[in-house]
Design a protein around this ligand. Structure first.
Ligand code: FAD
Length: 471
């Protein structure tokens, strides 16, 4: 069979690229080595983690807040098996949705590992048990590599998938751990750490950097640490470098060195390693077309996401930039449109980043640290959730909105939110910055009362002329 475009990998980058290519009239094939479509995001990433985050948050709210809301129930209990079962159902429905979209858009789906014979010929080796090993050849004009990423594993980490685990196993545990050590206080570590902390696990986070979620504005990390200590009793060990991990009977033992050079030992029943992810290109046969990867497996691309081989593109986690589903999707759309002769572009500064803890954290644009480092003159305005009527009504008073704007022009340069529904609220920051709005532009818009969004208006008022109304 001959195609205009063949996509290897069916994550959010790959399947969205396939749909856009088909919409634009290109004859499209997609290859996926696993039995289900959707990639990391749908199977072992965004979707299952959010399902468990929501279930555990409901439990935590019932346990901590119902009484004050005037709801008397018997002591709530965790039915962990059911929680995991519900998560599986959510994943299945979402993956089935991608199957449907492939059929609807007349995209041919090939199950198996895709590898390059040359730049116009791809071999698919089936991994499904029924047809395992069967080879199919596909001829194609262009190729999009969308093979995603896998967790980074320290060489000394005895990754047995039982007690020493990554996010993949943390989404499928058989029991709620009594104690869990989380190595890495980034997005995945904080999300999954908070799931188990809400369910009653004693969670200790060990982080090498001086702050958790270190790539975000430092105000966010400080506030998330404060709230996680207060409401979830999570413990944080910052500026600790983990050097050893081993099993001792039923216990995992982690040794780290603190900032003063003192050795610190941690013991628990589970250890979750969440120190980042790296590009995945194994089995692709890149050597057959002369594409090299860097040490971390990343494929180099130009501004049009084309690799060093003409007609072969790469998108999503397998290329540079934030490892986020919506970044991969934008890149998928961009490449399909370029192939169809359009002139799309992506503003990478405006790809928002979100941490789905509670409160949620969401960010777009420059952080205060980046503005300081670049020497750009800026103003800052903040507004706490505590001062919002809506937040008091829902008992979600932790958090704040911080807006950074150019000192002279008042153009919004960054928006950073920690608080209830921050993940949804950040869209307003993206829109404002896409249209190069000033803080005053947003401040002068009417925001419905009472809403969490009023904190954005007030933070913009504070950034404009330090004239927040309700503070
Ligand atoms: P992937 O989703 O990794 O898909 C790549 C696909 O390619 C896989 O299905 C793989 O099997 C397939 N493949 C690889 N090699 C071959 C081959 N040779 N032949 C055939 N198929 C192949 N991002 C967010 O934006 N929001 C979140 O809330 C979020 N939460 C996350 C939570 C967790 C626990 C994790 C691990 C990640 C999370 N992410 C989140 C990140 C997000 O999942 C990734 O950024 C996204 O999946 C990347 O999409 P992709 O299309 O590049 O690759």
């Amino acid at each position: 069979m001959k195609y205009d475009v063949t996509i290897i990998g069916s994550g959010p980058g790959g399947y969205v690229a396939a749909i856009r290519a088909a919409q634009l009239g290109l004859k499209t094939a997609i290859i996926e080595k696993y039995a289900t479509l959707g990639g990391t995001c749908l199977n072992v990433g965004c979707i299952p983690s959010k399902a468990l985050l929501d279930s555990s948050e409901h439990f935590h709210t019932a346990q901590k807040n119902f009484k004050e809301h005037g709801i008397d129930i018997n002591e709530p209990k965790v039915n962990f098996e059911q929680m995991i079962e519900r998560k599986r159902g959510v994943v299945k429905k979402t993956c089935d949705g991608v199957d449907y979209l492939m059929k609807k858009n007349k995209i041919d789906v090939y199950q198996g590992v895709g590898s390059f014979i040359d730049k116009n010929n791809i071999k698919v080796t089936a991994t499904d048990s029924k047809e395992k090993g069967k080879e199919t050849k596909i001829e194609t004009d262009k190729v999009i590599i969308a093979t995603g990423s896998k967790p980074t594993i320290f060489p000394f980490f005895p990754y047995d998938k039982k007690r020493f685990i990554t996010s993949t196993e943390a989404l499928e545990l058989k029991e709620v751990p009594k104690k869990m050590i989380v190595i890495g206080g980034g997005v995945i570590g904080m999300e999954l750490g908070s799931v188990y902390a809400r369910l009653g696990t004693e969670v200790s986070v060990i982080e090498f950097m001086p702050s958790i979620i270190p790539t975000m504005d430092s105000t966010m990390g400080k506030e998330l640490e404060r709230v996680s200590k207060k409401s979830l009793k999570m413990k944080f060990f910052l500026q600790h470098k983990v050097e050893e991990a081993k099993q001792d009977g039923d216990e995992v033992v982690i040794k780290a060195v603190d900032k003063k050079g003192k050795e610190v030992e941690f013991r628990a029943d589970y250890c979750l390693l969440s120190v980042g992810r790296q590009a995945y290109t194994e089995g692709l046969g890149l050597e057959n077309i002369g594409i090299k990867t860097d040490k971390r497996g990343t494929i180099a691309v130009n501004d049009h996401l084309e690799t060093e081989v003409k007609g072969v593109y790469a998108i999503g986690d397998v290329v540079r930039g934030a490892m986020l589903a919506h970044k991969a999707e934008e890149e998928g759309v961009m490449v399909a449109e370029l192939m169809a002769g359009q002139k799309p572009h992506i503003n990478y500064l405006l790809i928002p980043g979100v941490v789905y803890t509670w409160p949620e954290v969401a960010s777009v644009g420059y952080t205060e640290e980046q503005l300081k480092e670049s020497g750009r003159k800026y103003k800052s305005g903040s507004f706490p959730f505590m001062a919002l009527g809506r937040a008091r009504a829902s008992m979600d008073t932790d958090g704040l909105v911080k807006v950074l704007a150019d000192e002279k022009t008042d153009e919004i340069l960054g928006m950073h939110i920690i608080g209830a529904r921050a993940a949804d609220m950040i869209a307003t920051g993206v829109t404002a910055m896409e249209y190069r709005a000033s803080a005053e532009d947003v401040a002068r818009q009417s925001h419905a009362h009472p809403t969490y969004m009023e904190a954005v208006k007030e933070a913009c008022l504070a950034a404009t002329e330090n004239r927040a109304v309700h503070m």
